[in-house]
Write a protein that binds this ligand. Structure first.
Ligand SMILES: [Fe+2]
Ligand SMILES: [Fe+2]
Length: 286
């Protein structure tokens, strides 16, 4: 595919800045109180990114984006085509030393494979960030990446930078500010409208093909308030609680599998061709 490279514009230098911030936030051995000591002056780009995210992710915004993207009208693509499309998203630093998006995906999936996890989980590792192509459809950084949270009910204090919700218009809606908001108690995470981003989108693309464990990893991998801090339990059902262990298992690889060695794509391709064919149709609607 010969699509021209796209450099995302926004307060983040590139989308990986958010991943790097997460990795620092959840450094192994860091306590809950240390987690709270991030500071906006140390990472001004990341703080500005969260300010935009928290101010703009409203119920109306989410419903509009779900309508635009969850009908999957962006065309048919194979997994490799989707990965190559995502590869056109580059950052403006040194292209020789930085890993491409495909290389990042392979690092995650290969780390899962090395640890002997099931094949469907290796697949999940490879595809989990393909939804970042939303940037290439013109969506802003704050609408593609970032920790996710449900909209239409009270924001948890466990969402990073909660003070930035001060200027979210949903603050003035008493229903949206109540504990359950527009939802029923224990309605299940699958019935929530999550803040819009790459997780929800890839979950929709894959929903007819993969098992629940995989779909939870895709849909909720950025839902840190839930999987790391135990927030929103009042909206969870038994299925969510059973799936949590898988999301946590996956999170280790999402956070800590990045290295600087480039995976050999040519060597790995036959394995992944078989893996995609085992679980997915040749092309998927995006
Ligand atoms: Fe992600
Ligand atoms: Fe990721």
């Amino acid at each position: 595919m010969s699509t021209a490279p796209v450099i995302p514009t926004g307060p983040l230098h590139d989308l990986d800045d958010w991943d790097d911030f997460l990795e620092g936030r959840y450094k192994e051995g860091k306590s809950e109180s240390e987690f709270r000591q991030y500071d906006a002056t140390a990472t001004p780009g990341v703080a500005e990114f969260y300010r935009l995210n928290h101010e703009n992710q409203t119920v109306d915004y989410v419903l509009e984006k779900e309508k635009a993207y969850f009908s999957l009208k962006k065309g048919q693509k194979t997994i490799w085509e989707a990965a190559e499309f995502l590869n056109t998203l580059v950052d403006d630093s040194d292209p020789d030393t930085d890993l491409t998006q495909i290389e990042h995906l392979l690092q995650t999936s290969e780390a899962i494979r090395r640890d002997g996890h099931p094949r469907w989980m290796v697949l999940t590792g490879f595809i989990h960030d393909l939804g970042k192509c939303l940037c290439l459809y013109g969506e802003p950084q704050w609408g593609v990446v970032g920790d996710t949270f449900p909209v239409g009910c009270a924001w948890s204090k466990d969402i990073v930078f909660p003070e930035y919700f001060a200027n979210n218009p949903d603050r003035h809606n008493t229903l949206y500010q109540s504990k359950y908001g527009i939802y029923e108690p224990k309605c299940g995470l699958e019935n929530l409208h999550m803040s819009f981003g790459h997780d929800g989108y890839i979950g929709e693309v894959m929903k007819n093909y993969l098992r629940d464990e995989s779909l939870y990893m895709l849909r909720f991998h950025s839902f840190y308030p839930w999987h790391r801090h135990g927030a929103y339990d009042h909206l969870c059902n038994d299925k969510d609680r059973a799936m949590l262990e898988w999301v946590l298992k996956f999170n280790q690889y999402d956070l800590y599998s990045k290295g600087h060695t480039k995976p050999n794509i040519v060597e790995l391709k036959p394995y992944y061709d078989d893996l995609f064919a085992e679980f997915l149709p040749p092309t998927l609607a995006w």
